[in-house]
Design a protein around this ligand. Structure first.
Ligand SMILES: NC(=O)c1ccc[n+]([C@@H]2O[C@H](COP(=O)([O-])OP(=O)(O)OC[C@H]3O[C@@H](n4cnc5c(N)ncnc54)[C@H](OP(=O)(O)O)[C@@H]3O)[C@@H](O)[C@H]2O)c1
Length: 254
């Protein structure tokens, strides 16, 4: 939300070491934001800091103590105007019958409870500012099912409910809650992580059509954050033109 002072707005971006998160850091920095970028991999964050001038904090969002330290750092170094809850991902594509309990647990722990931890931590900081924005990057997987997807779609549906419920609970406060739901985005790691490092299987996800790229999603995040203060972009669904839904992709080569 637009701040009333002349100082740059400050955003916390999670999952900033690759893909959509890194693109969002680059985009917000280019737009004049101060940014705190967080993820687990220190080397990647250091490279992003050198490139963009973003402040960085190494944190595992599945750990209470890491998130507490992250929030304390943000509070002590200038506070916060917006948080982009982007860290997340999918593990495996097994049927419900053969779903791996540990993979389901990890997806819930990161996509849902990781976002919950960060939101709970930063809400007081946003209130201190008198206004603020909470962006949650869910997925079209938060809006529909597909065979083999229940572990991920279940977690993303829960994350979406977190965002929707939070918006309802905060009504009347000057805090916006924005859900960004992308379809297929060809990031360097999302499908690689999903398929346990199987590069061939990961590449197949994006074959035969033009998927979104991380910058496309960063663009929607930056746009949502730059609307006038009275405008809340509740939900922005963005897909490749070739993708009709989670299971229908026109692999026609364009
Ligand atoms: N790519 C797609 O097709 C797509 C589509 C719709 C929605 N999304 C959603 O968009 C978001 C970003 O996806 P992406 O494609 O950019 O994925 P990505 O390239 O795999 O990036 C995931 C990010 O999350 C971080 N992360 C993973 N586990 C973490 C943990 N325990 N604690 C803190 N950070 C952690 C990773 O960094 P470290 O490993 O360094 O911690 C990385 O920066 C996710 O929420 C994903 O579900 C993606």
């Amino acid at each position: 939300m637009t701040a009333s002072t002349d100082r740059p707005r400050r955003a916390l971006v999670t999952g900033a070491s690759s893909g959509i998160g890194a693109a969002t850091v680059r985009r917000l920095r280019a737009d004049g934001w101060d940014v705190v970028a967080t993820a687990r991999r220190a080397d990647r964050l250091a490279a992003l800091a050198r490139e963009t001038g973003a402040d960085t904090v190494v944190a595992d969002l599945t750990r209470d103590a890491d998130v507490a330290a992250l929030v304390a750092h943000v509070r002590d170094t200038g506070g916060l105007d917006a948080v982009v809850n982007n860290a997340g991902g999918a593990l495996g594509q097994d049927t419900v019958e053969h779903g791996d309990i540990e993979q389901w647990r990890s997806m819930y722990e990161l996509n849902v409870l990781g976002t919950l931890r960060v939101v709970q931590g930063v809400l007081p900081l946003l209130r201190e500012r008198g206004a603020g924005d909470v962006v949650v990057v869910t997925s079209t997987a938060a809006h529909g099912a597909y065979p083999g997807g229940a572990g991920y779609t279940g977690a993303k549906h829960a994350e979406r409910m977190l965002a929707t419920t939070l918006r309802w609970e905060l009504v009347g406060e000057p805090i916006r809650v924005v859900e960004i739901a992308p379809g297929a985005v060809a990031t360097e790691e999302f499908s690689l992580v999903r398929f346990g490092g199987d590069a061939e299987r990961a590449a197949q996800v994006y074959e035969g059509y033009q998927p979104l790229v991380a910058d496309d999603v960063a663009d929607t995040i930056a746009w949502s954050l730059s609307r006038p203060p009275h405008v809340n972009v509740d939900l922005l669904v963005v897909r490749p033109r070739a993708q009709a839904n989670n299971t229908t992709i026109a692999r026609t080569g364009v």
